[in-house]
Design a protein around this ligand. Structure first.
Ligand code: ADP
Ligand code: MG
Length: 494
């Protein structure tokens, strides 16, 4: 029987596979919003039997359930397993309705080997890099399912984003102290608005969650609104389309505290800035605390209206810088401990010296190492560290995909993705389309015909979009700035 198992399969360690699946199910339930009964119905009898470097094989009780899992839940399961392992694996449910798991597994693996032989090498290397990237991108949204989280029913707030779990060092001390002050005494803090800025992955969202959580605990009756900048924008656009702007306004203008993560998303869209301006003023004038985060200071937000810029600048601006070596190692130790992994000192130093700019990457590398060590049945060593660092750093650089560009442009300009790809010819839509086309071509170096396929256009139309943008780039330094800014944002994965 064992002959059929993939070579690098780890010696049977049932507890660990069980543990992974049990942990994954907790997140899966949150993600799907399922009751215990539905969870049990679909996933109760599912067992993670074999985990290899790239695949998780599940035993499942009958063909019917296997079919449902395959058609509906594969991506969700993949995401929650990736969250635990630190990288994605394929999910393969195997029904035991007609035969034992072992013989069915043997069949499946034999078939897979036959199918993939000619492409084997390329496929597996592509998959490895892709999967980690998409995980990192998804990571940004975890725990925030709806648009807005109000204190009384904050569903998926990541429990680890607390002040206690925030490791403080020179580069983030001021931001941390201000966040804490606001959370402990919003009315008396005098820090209004508090505006935190810094590059991606340095802990802004973490601090905003921590403030929200702390306040929710201290003032259970207060109406605290936490919203991501892009959700504020989308919600407003929807409210306008559905002719319900009054409800939207009431909701935000009645907040006791408004926390907006990634406020840079509202820049560039006049109606959204207009609405935010009035919300801001109303809250500010009634002495309500406002906390904002952004990837840059107000003065560098090119498309921000002047009146908003001056409001933001009148508050308390504080930046978070990249962590120094000492802080990086402190964060590594803390994260390793909370992930329950034992990392030797030379490995800690190696990671600390090589992953410099982004705390999210530090976490990614730790999870990756844990998974590699687990799968190979070894203690974590320098070999794992080198692979992990390599993966994390190269994948960050390659994170741009056509889908990501489209989503980004859609959010940035407030134009639905379908409209960008459609035939509609209004000025705003056309403009967003030209930019999306141009960026796809420029950032991915794709053939015109392939870009054309993505946007349902022939290659001459694609060329004229690109020309259009190139002309504007030549004639307008402001336009050039904003395009460069967009490129920077797309590449940094915000
Ligand atoms: P940002 O919002 O600035 O892009 P996040 O708040 O999402 O960054 O942080 C990225 C990841 O790094 C999160 O998992 C967060 O918990 C972690 N992190 C960042 N800074 C720290 C820190 N000082 N201590 C502990 N964890 C941190
Ligand atoms: Mg963030």
């Amino acid at each position: 029987m064992m002959d059929y198992y993939p070579q690098n399969e780890r010696k049977n360690d049932v507890t660990n596979e069980n543990e992974i699946w049990e942990l994954a199910k907790v997140n899966l339930q949150k993600q799907l919003g399922f009751s215990d009964i539905s969870m049990n119905l679909w996933f109760g009898s599912m067992i993670l039997k074999v985990l290899t470097e790239d695949t998780a094989y599940f035993q499942i009780e009958n063909d019917f359930k296997q079919n449902i899992i395959n058609t509906r839940y594969l991506d969700d399961i993949k995401a929650v397993i990736a969250e635990i392992l630190g990288f994605e694996v394929r999910i393969v449910p195997i029904s035991i309705e007609k035969d034992t798991f072992e013989s069915r597994l043997a069949e499946v693996i034999t078939k897979e080997n036959n199918d993939k032989e000619p492409y084997e090498k390329k496929e597996s290397s592509d998959k490895a890099s892709d999967s980690f990237v998409s995980k990192e991108i998804k990571g940004e949204n975890e725990g925030l399912s709806g648009n807005v989280i109000v204190s009384r029913n904050s569903p998926g707030f990541l429990p680890e984003y607390t002040f206690d779990n925030f490791v403080v060092g020179n580069s983030n001390k001021t931001a941390y102290t201000m966040a804490r002050t606001v959370a402990e005494d919003p009315a008396g803090s005098g820090l209004n608005p508090l505006y935190l800025y810094g590059d991606p992955g340095l802990g802004k969202t973490h601090l905003l969650y921590a403030i929200t959580k702390e306040l929710t605990a201290r003032k259970p009756d207060a109406n605290i609104i936490f919203v991501k900048g892009e959700d504020f924008m989308n919600e407003l656009i929807e409210a306008l389309a559905n002719k319900t702007p009054v409800a939207f306004r009431e909701k935000y203008r009645n907040a006791d505290m408004l926390i907006v993560d990634d406020i840079q998303f509202i820049a560039g869209k006049a109606s959204v800035q207009e609405e935010f301006f009035h919300t801001f003023d109303k809250l500010y004038e009634s002495g309500k605390q406002i906390v904002l985060s952004s990837d840059r200071p107000p003065k560098d937000m090119q498309q921000l209206e002047e009146r908003l810029r001056s409001r933001f600048e009148s508050g308390f601006l504080t930046d978070i810088q990249a962590p120094d070596l000492e802080l990086r190692v402190a964060i590594l130790k803390r994260k390793a401990a909370s992930l329950g992994i034992n990392v030797p000192n030379d490995v800690l130093m190696y990671l600390g010296e090589n992953i410099k700019e982004n705390v999210r990457q530090i976490e990614g590398a730790l999870k990756k190492m844990r998974a590699l060590a687990y799968i190979q049945g070894e203690e974590i060593n320098m070999g794992h560290a080198k692979t992990a660092v390599n993966d994390v750093l190269t994948n960050m650089a390659q994170a741009v995909t056509p889908a990501k560009i489209l989503t980004f442009v859609s959010q940035k300009f407030g134009i639905p993705e379908e409209d960008i790809k459609s035939r509609k010819q209004t000025k705003d839509i056309k403009n967003a389309r030209h930019i999306a086309v141009y960026l796809t071509r420029r950032l991915l170096d794709m053939p015109l015909a392939s870009v054309g396929k993505l946007f349902n256009r022939d290659h001459t139309t694609i060329m004229s979009s690109i020309d259009n943008i190139e002309k504007q780039l030549k004639t307008s330094p402001a336009f050039e700035n904003s395009i460069n800014e967009i490129i920077r944002e797309i590449k940094s994965g915000t």
